[in-house]
Design a protein. Structure first.
Length: 369
């Protein structure tokens, strides 16, 4: 790349041509808002019977990260809930797109897979006001993140986190220990956002818990935000057949069996520590291009941010989905997410080879290698 500051035209005239990269070429901002339902509202769980809430252990949050590349905005919205219904997805995208002047295609909404969750069924009467309140709180965080836009750089790394989650069906069967991290920092190296991708549902808290909690993703993100500032988003990789710790179904003596807040904190702190371990080795870039692609037939949304890729599947997937999508691209950082909507633990999710093949084809066209 050529940088030209000044070209001398004659002794009496200088023409200044600025084609060096300006601060405004890559901007980012982040914010969060509280989305905890009222105490006394029912807690939906994919594993246990619905139960009435009687307190708050920690608030459920909406976290938003906005990236602006030459005035093209990309937005990540993360919610501390089990899954996002199509009704809510549409409502949130329309509201945010209209209010902030961003394309609906460029709004990427995810849930942390929190199994202590408000209902995601829009027909439940007690939650009808909440379904209007939730998009407004998300819009509030989106506004704040946009107002916080500042010059930034982006980097990413990948590692493995073995023996933290397990394949549910049986011991020593392939799970998914892959941990992917994207970091966005400001000019003074302050943290604007971290996005970390790991395969494990947030279902540590047991049936005896009747308080609102964001489970281990909430604790992990809180720990990272306390240390670095900014906003930390847990983006769960497909995990319909994954469980925390060593909780395979035939294990009669599994660890952390109390399923209390201490077990949540142990998992959250371990994950946060691993996210932190390689931060000093990340190479950050500002000069990147972005592309988005949507395949409605296979319910896929795919984003390219420089050399980093995000694959969003709008349906439950097992961990094989992410492993197979990445298998073809050994040199690219590929974050994979699937929505848990309408999925409960008594269901078995089949492998989705059609969506895998389609995602691979799109990634290849976008430049993944």
């Amino acid at each position: 790349m050529i940088f030209i500051d000044c070209i001398s035209i004659s002794e009496n005239m200088n023409l200044e041509i600025k084609i060096s990269m300006q601060d405004e070429q890559f901007m980012a901002g982040s914010a969060k808002s509280v989305i905890t339902p009222p105490v006394s509202f029912p807690i939906f769980s994919p594993e246990f019977k619905t139960r009435k809430s009687n307190g708050i252990l920690d608030d459920l949050l909406c976290r938003v990260v906005v990236i602006d590349i030459f005035e093209k905005k990309i937005m990540f919205i993360s919610l501390d809930i089990w899954g996002v219904s199509d009704y809510l997805l549409t409502k949130i995208r329309k509201l945010v797109s209209k209010s902030i002047n961003i394309s609906q295609q460029d709004i990427f909404i995810s849930a942390t897979g929190n199994a202590t969750s408000p209902s995601i069924n829009e027909d439940e009467k007690i939650y009808r006001n909440y379904y209007n309140y939730l998009p407004e709180q998300i819009l509030s965080a989106s506004y704040m993140a946009t107002e916080n836009l500042a010059p930034a750089s982006i980097g990413s790394f990948a590692t493995k986190l073995p023996n933290v989650s397990t394949f549910y069906e049986k011991e020593n069967y392939p799970g998914n220990p892959a941990l992917f991290v994207t970091e966005i920092i400001g000019k003074s190296k302050n943290t604007i956002a971290k996005i970390y991708n790991f395969s494990c549902p947030a279902n540590i808290m047991g049936e005896q818990n009747h308080s609102w909690t964001a489970d281990f993703p909430g604790y992990s993100s809180w720990a990272l935000e306390q240390k670095y500032g900014g906003v930390s988003i847990f983006l769960p990789a497909p995990c319909s057949d994954i469980r925390p710790y060593n909780w395979w179904k035939t294990n009669s003596n599994f660890s952390h069996s109390s399923r209390q807040s201490a077990d949540v904190q142990a998992m959250g702190l371990l994950l946060a520590t691993q996210v932190s371990n390689f931060s000093d080795e990340v190479f950050y870039k500002r000069n990147i291009i972005t592309k988005t692609f949507e395949d409605k037939d296979n319910q896929l949304r795919i984003l390219k941010l420089g050399y980093i890729f995000f694959v969003f599947s709008n349906k439950p997937q097992n961990n094989k989905f992410a492993r197979r999508v990445r298998k073809k691209f050994l040199f690219s950082k590929i974050f994979v997410y699937s929505d848990n909507k309408n999925f409960t633990f008594d269901e078995k999710i089949s492998y989705d080879p059609k969506s895998v093949k389609k995602a691979q084809n799109i990634l290849q066209k976008m430049g993944a290698n």
